[in-house]
Design a protein around this ligand. Structure first.
Ligand SMILES: Cc1cc2nc3c(=O)[nH]c(=O)nc-3n(C[C@H](O)[C@H](O)[C@H](O)COP(=O)(O)OP(=O)(O)OC[C@H]3O[C@@H](n4cnc5c(N)ncnc54)[C@H](O)[C@@H]3O)c2cc1C
Length: 1130
């Protein structure tokens, strides 16, 4: 199947290589490739050249930074000009053409027998720029031009600046050379300036040269630009008698700290030149540097960036100051000196490793076997067909959303800027296109809904105002971005944009009584029993985007007789069907929603994706033509609200031994504009908190209705916040009492009796309460104690890096729900399985469904062949084929589907067994023969079932515990997860291979929530972290260096599906172990540098909000640690 996009095909046809006598007279759409500098200038001097719609490119990777590519429709590619790709190297240095790629530059710098220190370090640093696939195409010149034009956080510019690099530029017919520093000071280059080459001196003839480069970025080497970067060059001389080191030459470059471009710190260089490096000189240098490094107004984390610059300079110069080399206390005796010890424990030397310990369960074979995920090859090869891979039907049109950028405003009109794209707009679909009898309803669930399109009043930033329809997705996207919306604010109250606003204006979503969590005991009595109390402490957690791989996608095809078929990337085909039918005002049976698989969902494709499917259907219905929508990542991030931001204020009473006697919680949740799943969140938060026995528990819960995008279910919704809040309270209690945190955790575990008080029936039987033993196996062991001791040693020797370790338990309540399934055998013996709303989204649902089918029909085929599973195929969800499908979510869909399959298979066995028994009178009955005979005798070979779990056993608890060990860099705030050991009670896993994937993936997604993913909005509530450029999920460089998982195979349990347990969401909570370990490490730093963070008493107790990003870690350790340390030498 060829799915190469039509829009790209047409661009290729349009590309013009002007060397073949094919010289264009005008710049129309498409690509132009001049073959000489002369041809380049001929092109840009054409009358039709307009810099606003022609982009000049080398690798064009800047389109990944400035998401404006959609706005250009013509391009000039510089890579056809040979001069820009030349490389010249001699003993003085290397000159590289501006179009040379970063990868090639690295290769050239490292070439030769003995590359100089400067070349080596530049190459090493370049290797941390972007990722290999970007470096392989991105040019060095493109990077410098981005930096020269201003406010691009270039690394390359900074490191070349410190090495005294020189650039060669042509403007018109004039060629000139400038130092890189001069070049950066020039007015921003326009299309008339061509950067030809860059010369980097080798510094080979200089003696005693030191050169070092630094960067601090949210991810160490994973496509993230720096908060600040630096490169330093120094030539030194050493007094043989005294050992004093004098700086003869010093060149200090700083960049990315909130500056227009990288700079040389000239004043500081002059100060240091000729000086002996000592503590007081360094202190003076830091003071001078603070005057030089001044981030421009509005720079995020400005103070943090300044402290980074100081930290980098300190790292470079402090080893030269002999007075700063101090022996540290508590060195392990087997090491002679600090250096040999630090080398032995250097986290950079820890190899990446992992271990998985699983006990396989062969009782229900092939259920329980780690069989490969169904469709793995199709996905790996790219053949798997997702909604956007379905070939476009004839006459297909494409849609893109125009959304409100205001939180509360009248919409007066929408116009388009004149452009090629606006000429291609077929129409704009809006609320006025909803047919008579239909409703303006977009996303909605039992707790309320929101309009599909704003009619005349926009109520949140990101609300769809209309859907631009054009001939290609690109034109639709371009036109939507060029739409100009006219707003008016007359007679409107200010919008409610925060939890505080909502509380003040009493704007709440009601929590139905049946969802209100259970308070326990009597809070006053509990508080009276306490020896100590902590009053109204605060914990704050941000949002998190559902970072699925496939943005929300739909293809709607109108059919005869007012019917419509919609291919939707939906976790909830049944809900999609009903929303479309309601909007169009047609019966449900006119709407067929088909979902084969999703490229991830994490809850974002349940309720929040509905407006995309419904608008797509509305456009197709109205225009009587197929319509496709593939949200670009930016629109997806703006429209699909994310996790609920939460604030909790707790008052807790406890005994001197750490036993908590009472907890009162004021919980504030930002739900956004509609209810969505908001009213469920408090219950989930309290549920996860109840892993501990609080003695007496009371709370005040507010789900706030605000003028923000509705927040929605996001993997472990509420539970992850709850588990985290519980740990924050436990740690706070432990720090007040100066007790080990694990001792306080263990002191507050439930016994089975209290577990039943807090969880009721979900607590199950005493034998199923595996948490205490699970925790003890991890935390109460000699090996844990040894690790704690080693960390203590490390922390006493290491000043600027600190380590922490923590073990965290989790409890997670899930519920099963009614689910339909159908199993049909075809005449050749192959089997087709349908599981209604059971959507394969990477969690392995199909694989488990196949295993279950094979297991349940075993009685009919058990001839020893392992290949039976190959006869089973699970097919797409189709809302008209299998009704009452419900949604996929809440971690139990796989087991629900398996149970429905089991019931359907039982019916088939009942029908086929007598046929088999009869045939067996004549010997062994192969499966195909059995089916042949059954078909010939008109046995019904298709069975459907609706599994309805029993009320009393529909809920159960999942348990796990995890140890994490981390190291923080006090100078940068970077955290390295050294090791995580996860222990998870997966019951009798239905498929340990897919469950392992779930456990590991969930844990890392939790790490993202707690440490990296800042889902930020502007003051109007519009998401501004709206691309991979500014929203950082964990990558390979941020996962634990050692990552171990073990499954606890807990005993049989008749109330669960073949004694299995859920694995989708609960393990996400284990990531709190990383956060708690970070707290331990930060505490060590605060104790070490307590004068710089505040008084000693506050060193131990501090609030650590989520996500705890690098700047926050550094702030908690103290922004002035270097200065304070240096002051101690005066
Ligand atoms: C995911 C990602 C991560 C990144 N991370 C980092 C990072 O950590 N650190 C860092 O420093 N950079 C980073 N970058 C930036 C990257 O290095 C630049 O995008 C790249 O070097 C630009 O080169 P290019 O050939 O693609 O330029 P293009 O995108 O083709 O061009 C960029 C601009 O330069 C102009 N231009 C290009 N060549 C010339 C020339 N010879 N004369 C005049 N004008 C010219 C173009 O007109 C255009 O405006 C990252 C980029 C991406 C996409």
């Amino acid at each position: 199947m060829c799915t190469f996009p039509e829009s790209l095909k047409s661009e290729i046809k349009l590309s013009v290589n002007i060397s073949n006598g094919n010289r264009p007279q005008t710049i129309e759409n498409g690509w132009f490739r001049p073959n000489s500098i002369k041809e380049y200038y001929e092109l840009v001097e054409l009358n039709s050249f307009n810099p606003n719609n022609v982009k000049i490119v080398a690798g064009n990777t800047s389109s990944g930074i400035y998401k404006d590519q959609d706005l250009y429709d013509r391009f000039i590619d510089l890579r056809g000009i040979p001069e820009l790709s030349m490389i010249r190297k001699n003993s003085d240095g290397v000159e590289i053409g501006s179009a040379v790629t970063i990868s090639k530059a690295i290769e050239v710098l490292r070439e030769g027998k003995a590359p100089t220190l400067v070349f080596n370090k530049i190459a090493d640093h370049m290797n941390e720029v972007a990722s290999s696939f970007v470096r392989n195409i991105a040019s060095v010149g493109g990077n410098l031009i981005l930096a020269q034009r201003g406010r691009f956080e270039s690394d390359i510019c900074t490191i070349l600046l410190a090495a005294n690099s020189i650039v060669c530029i042509q403007v018109g017919s004039k060629r000139s050379t400038y130092s890189l520093e001069e070049f950066l000071e020039m007015p921003p280059c326009d299309h008339r300036s061509l950067l030809l080459s860059i010369f980097i001196p080798s510094w080979a003839s200089s003696s005693n040269v030191l050169f070092e480069t630094y960067r601090a970025a949210p991810r160490p080497w994973g496509n993230a630009v720096s908060y600040a970067n630096s490169a330093f060059l120094a030539e030194t001389s050493t007094d043989q008698e005294t050992g004093d080191v004098t700086l003869e030459i010093v060149q200090l470059a700083f960049g990315a700290y909130g500056t227009e471009h990288a700079i040389r710190a000239r004043k500081l260089e002059e100060f240091l030149k000729g000086k002996i490096v000592t503590g007081p000189i360094l202190l003076e240098a830091t003071r001078l540097l603070k005057e030089i490094i001044v981030p421009t107004d509005g720079t995020a984390h400005a103070k943090y960036r300044v402290s980074l610059a100081i930290g980098f300079m300190f790292k470079f110069l402090s080893p030269l100051a002999k007075s700063l080399a101090q022996p540290r206390k508590c060195m392990p005796t087997e090491y002679n000196n600090v250096k040999s010890y630090m080398d032995s424990v250097d986290s950079h030397n820890i190899p990446i490793s992992s271990r998985q310990d699983i006990v396989f369960n062969s009782e229900f074979r092939p259920v329980g076997e780690p069989i490969k995920k169904s469709g793995a090859e199709l996905q790996a090869s790219g053949e798997a067909v997702y909604v956007d891979d379905i070939p476009a039907p004839k006459d297909c049109l494409y849609g893109a959303f125009i959304y409100s950028s205001k939180p509360l405003a009248h919409v007066k009109g929408i116009t388009f800027k004149p452009s090629l794209a606006s000429k291609k707009v077929a129409t704009v679909i809006s609320a006025k296109d909803i047919p008579k009898g239909g409703q303006n309803v977009g996303a909605g669930w039992i707790f309320g809904s929101e309009p599909l399109f704003a009619d005349s009043l926009a109520e949140w930033a990101g609300q769809p105002l209309g859907l631009v329809i054009a001939e290609t997705q690109r034109f639709a996207n371009m036109a939507a971005k060029q739409a100009v919306v006219e707003y008016a604010m007359d007679n409107l109250e200010p919008p409610i944009l925060s939890i505080e606003d909502a509380i003040e204006r009493k704007s709440f979503v009601e929590i139905p009584a049946f969802l209100y969590p259970k308070q326990v005991g009597n809070i006053s009595t509990g508080m009276a029993e306490a020896d100590h109390t902590i009053q109204s402490a605060e914990v704050k957690l941000g949002s998190q985007y559902h970072f699925y791989m496939e943005p929300v996608t739909a293809l709607a095809i109108p059919d005869e007789d007012n019917c419509i078929t919609v291919y939707a990337s939906s976790q909830w085909p049944e809900g999609t069907q009903s929303a479309i039918a309601k909007c169009l005002g047609i019966p449900f049976h006119n709407v067929r929603v088909i979902t084969r698989r999703l490229g991830g969902g994490f809850g974002g494709k349940a309720v929040r994706s509905l407006p995309v499917f419904v608008s797509c259907a509305l456009a197709a219905y109205k225009l009587r033509r197929p319509v496709r929508i593939y949200l670009d990542r930016q629109t997806d991030m703006i429209m699909v609200g994310g996790r609920h931001p939460t604030k909790a204020y707790y008052t807790v009473g406890f005994k001197s031994d750490g036993k908590i006697t009472a907890l009162h919680l004021d919980l504030r949740i930002n739900a956004g504009i509609a209810g969505d799943v908001g009213p469920l969140i408090p219950r989930a938060i309290i549920g996860a908190m109840n892993k501990y026995n609080w003695g007496n528990l009371s709370f005040d819960l507010k789900v706030c209705k605000t003028n923000n995008t509705s927040k929605s279910a996001m993997r472990a919704p509420g539970d992850v916040q709850g588990s985290f809040i519980a740990e924050a309270i436990i740690e706070h209690v432990a720090s007040v009492l100066s007790l080990p945190t694990n001792a306080v955790r263990r002191r507050n575990f439930h016994d089975h009796e209290s577990l039943r008080v807090f969880f009721g029936e979900s607590a199950g039987e005493a034998s199923t309460y595996t948490l205490p033993s699970l925790f003890d196996r991890l935390a109460l062991t000699p090996s844990y104690e040894d690790r704690v001791k080693m960390i203590k040693n490390f922390n006493s020797v290491s000043k600027w890096r600190k380590r922490g370790i923590s073990c965290v338990p989790i409890t997670y309540e899930v519920s099963t729900r009614p689910t339909p399934g159908r199993v049909s055998v075809l005449n050749d013996g192959s089997i087709v399985v349908e599981v209604g709303g059971g959507i394969e989204m990477g969690q392995g649902l199909w694989t488990k469904a196949i295993q279950m089918t094979a297991f349940c029909l075993k009685e009919l085929w058990d001839d020893g062949k392992e290949t039976f599973i190959e006869k089973v195929r699970v097919v797409q969800a189709d809302s008209l084929s299998m009704v009452q499908g419900g949604f996929s979510g809440g971690s139990t869909t796989s087991e629900n589907c398996c149970e429905a399959i089991r019931l359907a298979c039982n019916t088939l066995v009942e029908r086929l067994k007598p046929v088999k028994d009869k045939m067996e009178e004549n010997g062994v009955v192969p499966w195909e023969a059995l089916i042949g005979q059954a078909a010939a005798t008109n046995v019904n070979l298709s069975a459907s079932a609706l599994w309805i779990p029993e009320e009393s056993t529909s809920k159960y608890l999942n348990y796990g515990a995890a140890i994490s060990e981390v190291e923080i860099d006090v100078l940068t705030g970077a955290t390295t997860i050294l090791r995580s050991d996860l222990s998870y009670d997966c019951g009798k896993s239905l498929n340990p291979a897919t469950d392992l994937g779930q456990v590991e993936g969930a844990f890392i997604q939790g790490v993202g929530f707690l440490m990296y993913e800042e889902f930020l909005t502007n003051s109007d509530g519009l998401a501004v972290t709206n691309s991979t450029w500014n929203y950082k999920v964990p990558t390979v460089d941020t996962i634990p260096k050692e990552f171990n998982v073990e499954f606890i195979n807990s005993p049989h349990n008749k109330n669960r599906v073949l004694s299995s347990k859920a694995s989708g969401e609960p393990p996400l909570l284990l990531s709190a172990s990383v956060h708690c370990a970070m707290r331990e490490a930060i505490r060590e730093a605060r104790v070490e540098f307590c004068s710089s963070v505040a008084s000693e008493s506050t060193a131990l107790t501090f609030q650590m909000n989520v996500p705890t990003t690098m700047p926050m870690v550094k702030e908690l350790c103290g922004l002035n640690t270097v200065e304070n340390y240096l002051e101690s030498f005066i």
